[in-house]
Design a protein around this ligand. Structure first.
Ligand code: PLP
Length: 362
């Protein structure tokens, strides 16, 4: 039996990926020219399926990059002239703020203690902020920013572009695209695909901002200017040679998820999260790391426990791979991905084995 990965990215492959990979080889996808008509059809198909799955409005644009880390830099390059504001709830949101700082922007941060999310109602957001960044799901801590916060900040900062890192929650969450201007994710989290492709969603306000910066003579990227990207995307093209296989696989998995239905995926996510949090709240020796139940992530469940390394090793011998804590919490936390690829049965089995292990440690 192979191992089953509950790690928060890369994770267990979506269960249809093996079949799609075989077909990709059969169809010569790995040798396909990115200027061919066949590629354009694949590109258009992937974008159309994603648009439907995400419920993305027609006037939003979908473009690709290689990782979320890359999108941070591209977003700063294309959407910020001087002032960037960041809600920070852990390592990933902190890294984005650091990226904007390294790129020479004035960065203002509202940071919550690790394990909590910042409260926008208590934040002082400078009036000249051009860009306000949220991380919906802080994968390092398992803290989840309530979706209502985006609308609240939008209402009070109508001139700023609102950005949402939806990396470890899209497509499982339903975003209100009226309340934000851009969102992004990578495929090795909720889509259960190999790493190497990320997806950037932008509206026309973002495009107008990038064009304005270009008119001012600001470099928005040589091969990655947002304006050029969007223009090429309308011809189902990219400036560089893209990861054709990844775009192909993403389209296939997006279609599989559409067949299943996003409602069903959300219901199963809620069920699996309830199973795991119930275990964490009712088992001696382990507890949910996020204290406020309203801020607990459903897709990245983080548990506090002593000697998490031993638990990880014990479950590994049963072919179940859990994530370690992030950074200095490596030996004190477990991070458990609850992504669409993980079935209810697999999650119940994980809960049983984890429970047995904790009992035997008592
Ligand atoms: C995984 C992750 C990232 C980094 O994604 P890459 O594809 O490795 O660049 C950034 N932010 C969050 C919240 C993540 O979970």
């Amino acid at each position: 039996m192979k191992h089953l990965y509950f790690t928060p990215g890369p994770t267990e492959l979506y269960f249809t990926v093996h079949e799609h990979l075989k077909n990709a080889l059969k169809e010569d996808i790995l040798s396909l020219s990115h200027r061919s008509d066949k590629f354009k059809v694949i590109y258009a198909d992937t974008v159309a399926s994603l648009r439907e799955l995400l419920g993305l409005p027609e006037d939003w644009h979908i473009i690709f990059a290689s990782s979320a880390t890359e999108i941070w830099e591209r977003a700063v390059q294309n959407l910020v002239e001087k002032n960037s504001f960041h809600f920070v709830s852990g390592a990933f949101s902190g890294k984005f703020a650091a990226c904007a700082k390294r790129m020479g922007k004035n960065v203002v941060i509202e940071e919550a203690p690790f394990g909590q999310v910042p409260n926008p109602r208590e934040a002082i957001i400078p009036l000249d902020s051009e860009f306000i960044s949220f991380t919906h799901n802080e994968t390092s801590s398992g803290a989840c920013q309530p979706l209502e916060d985006f609308a609240w900040v939008r209402k009070n900062n109508p001139n700023a572009l609102i950005a949402v890192d939806g990396i470890s929650s899209l497509p499982v969450i339903t975003l209100d695209y009226e309340q934000i201007d851009t969102a992004y994710f990578t495929v090795q989290k909720c889509f259960g695909l190999p790493a190497g492709l990320s997806v950037w969603l932008v509206n026309n306000r973002c495009l107008a901002k990038a064009e304005m910066l270009e008119k001012k003579g600001i470099v928005t990227g040589s091969y990655y200017s947002l304006a050029q990207r969007v223009e090429l995307s309308q011809q189902n093209q990219t400036p560089e040679t893209p990861n054709v296989l990844a775009i192909y696989l993403l389209g296939k998995v997006a279609k599989d998820m559409l067949m299943k239905g996003i409602d069903q995926i959300q219901r199963e996510t809620n069920y699996k999260a309830a199973v795991m949090y119930h275990l964490l709240e009712n088992t001696p020796g382990i507890s949910p790391f996020i204290q406020n139940p309203e801020h607990r992530s459903k897709t990245t469940i983080v548990a506090s426990c002593e000697k998490s390394t031993q638990i990880i090793e014990a479950l590994k011998s049963k072919k179940l791979i859990l994530g370690a804590g992030f950074g200095k919490y490596k030996e004190h936390h477990l991070r458990i991905a609850n992504f669409p690829t993980h079935s209810k049965e697999q999650f119940e089995m994980l809960a049983d084995k984890l429970s047995e292990q904790l009992d035997s440690d008592q």
